[in-house]
Structure formats: C-alpha cells, structure tokens
Design a protein around this ligand. Structure first.
Ligand code: ATP
Ligand code: MG
Length: 298
C-alpha cells in the first residue's frame, strides 16, 4: 500500500485497511539521529571493525533482539515463540523472575551455576539447555545479572561470538525493559530489533522516547495485544511515529486472553494441534517470524 493511499477513520473500530496502514514497510535506517544514552549504531560498527552488525554474509547467524522501553508489552512472549519458530537458541538477558527463563521451567534457586554470567566472565561460549523443539533451547538468565552486566560493546561482541559458535541460523535475545546495559548490547549486535508495541497512551509515549534514541537501529515494530476494537487515535499516533522515524511495522498480534493464564512451558506454536483459543495467535506469530526472515534477508 502506498503512503498516499493511507487513511485512518475516526471511528473506534478501524477498518482492516486502517490496521494494514501500519504495515506498509518503510526502509529502516533513514534517520540516524541517535541521542541520549544509546551508542549510535554506525559508531558502534566502526568501533568494532564491522564485526557487530548486519549484513555479514548470508551464512552468518542472525541475531534477533526483542526490546522495548516499556515493561509488559510482550517482549518475552514474542521472544519465546519466535525462538521456536526460527529454531533459534534463546538468550535471556533479563534478570527478573517473570521472563522466559521461568517460563521455560528453569529455576536458578535449584542450580549452583549461573551459565551466562560465568561464560561472560571466562570469555567462553556457554552451552544452551535443550528445549527439545517444544520449548526453545535456552541460555537462562539470573538475578545476579542485574548487577553484573558487562558494557554494551562487550555483550554485543559476546553474542556475536556465541551465535557463530552455536552455528544456528538465528539467535533470539530477550531483554529487560528500557535502556539497560545488556539490552543495549543486544541491540547493537542485532540484525533486527523486534519491538512489541501496545496501542495505549503510556506505551506509545515510551515508544516515542525509544524511537528518538534508536531510529538508526534496524527496528521492526510489532503491534501486540491489539484489541478487536483497536483504538483509532492510537493507530493514527503510531502511524505518525512510523512516518516520522521511518521505522518498519510488521504483522500485528491480537490480544489473546488465554495467554495471560497459560501455565505450560511449551511454546504455544509448538502445540499440535493448536487449541482453538490460540489459533489466531499462532497464525500471527508465524507471520511475525516470516516478517523477521524477510527483514533480515532484504
Ligand atoms: N498477544 C497477547 N495477548 C494476550 N496476552 C499477551 C499477549 N502478549 C503478551 N501477553 C501477556 O502480557 C503479559 C506481559 O507479557 P510479557 O511478559 O511477554 O511482557 P514483557 O514485555 O516481556 O514484560 P517485562 O518488561 O516485564 O519483561 C503476560 O501476562 C503475557 O502473557
Ligand atoms: Mg519480559
């Protein structure tokens, strides 16, 4: 859809085309106006002699970082499902209890080692836990990581090295909300930064703040938790942000109520057959995975 054909209705129930408006893909990296605390992406590339970022070669593993300024927008949910769909190891750079590590069924309280912290300290590549296809293979997070994060450049270098040694086509990285050091490093290393976007006022305020700082990163915005009656004003606001910062928008993921109380460790996309309540969610996640592949291959 061309930009000139974009329209947003004022009704509370935007048409399908209003939602599609969000998905007309604008080439990223047009506005390298990075301010604030993030390292300019192009600077980081020079700094690391081109080792940190895309495009590399088509055979190099691609790093998919899921990040957002705001908490609770669906980073861990998307990261978990994407990792299974992309057959990718999942690195948990969050340290809070409500993330992918706990969801996977890993309890740091029962373990002696903190694999990621120890690997970073020793400069070696950690082994991921086998998720056997139903869960992603996981490099678990740890609460101590909050205080023991290396500098962003070091995280980026480590992730790129691990990805190369794991030898898988993709690596997915889940992050703590905001510009935390480790998450920043994962964004530096990323071939695509998947940003879940919730169509609510505070969440869009946070998104705007993020876009101001990282518009020169390879961002793919994924509207998440989109209600049946998506709010027209918020859609218009997102469209303005997308135009201003020339970010790309991928497929949207609707609010899937059953997710909020689901307790299984298996990824939803790995369930065969998918329960009826998850069918739309699974279909959306497959589209998101397709958008990630396309974004990286473009
Ligand atoms: N599409 C969706 N439909 C319904 N619920 C969702 C959807 N995406 C995420 N959720 C729910 O929203 C809550 C927050 O999701 P999640 O933990 O993935 O967010 P997060 O951004 O990783 O949060 P944090 O910033 O705390 O790490 C969870 O209860 C999750 O089940
Ligand atoms: Mg999370």
């Amino acid at each position: 859809m061309g930009r000139e054909s974009v329209k947003c209705s004022g009704s509370l129930e935007p048409s399908k085309s209003d939602l599609a408006v969000l998905q007309y893909g604008i080439p990223p990296n047009k506005l390298p106006k990075c301010a604030g605390s993030y390292i300019r992406r192009d600077t980081s590339v020079q700094m690391s002699a081109g080792e940190l970022r895309a495009p590399h070669t088509s055979l190099m593993p691609k790093i998919v970082t899921v990040a957002a300024s705001k908490g609770g927008v669906g980073k861990s949910t998307l990261a978990y499902e994407l990792a299974v769909l992309l057959d990718a190891p999942l690195v948990d750079l969050d340290w809070d209890e409500g993330g992918v590590t706990r969801k996977w069924g890993y309890r740091h309280e029962n373990r002696v080692h903190a694999p990621m912290i120890e690997a970073l300290a020793a400069g070696r590549t950690p082994t991921v836990l086998n998720g056997r296809g139903r869960k992603p293979d996981l490099l678990p997070g740890h609460p101590d990581f909050a205080e023991r994060q290396p500098a962003p450049e070091d995280i980026a270098t480590a992730l790129s090295k691990w990805a190369g040694e794991w030898g898988r086509p993709f690596v997915v990285v889940d992050t703590h909300p905001g510009a935390a050091t480790a998450g920043h490093g994962a964004m530096l290393a990323a071939h695509v930064v998947v940003v879940p976007v919730v169509l609510r006022t505070n969440e869009l305020n946070a998104l705007e703040g993020m876009l101001k700082e990282v518009a020169d990163y390879p961002l793919l915005l994924i509207p998440n938790l989109v209600p049946r009656r998506a709010p027209a004003a918020e859609i218009r606001r997102l469209r303005r942000l997308v135009e201003t910062y020339q970010a790309e928008v991928g497929p949207l993921v609707r609010d899937c109520r059953a997710l909020g109380t689901r307790k299984r460790h298996a990824a939803v996309v790995a369930e065969q057959p998918a329960a009826a309540v998850y069918r739309d969610f699974v279909a959306s996640m497959r589209e998101v995975a397709g958008a990630v592949r396309r974004y990286i291959s473009d």
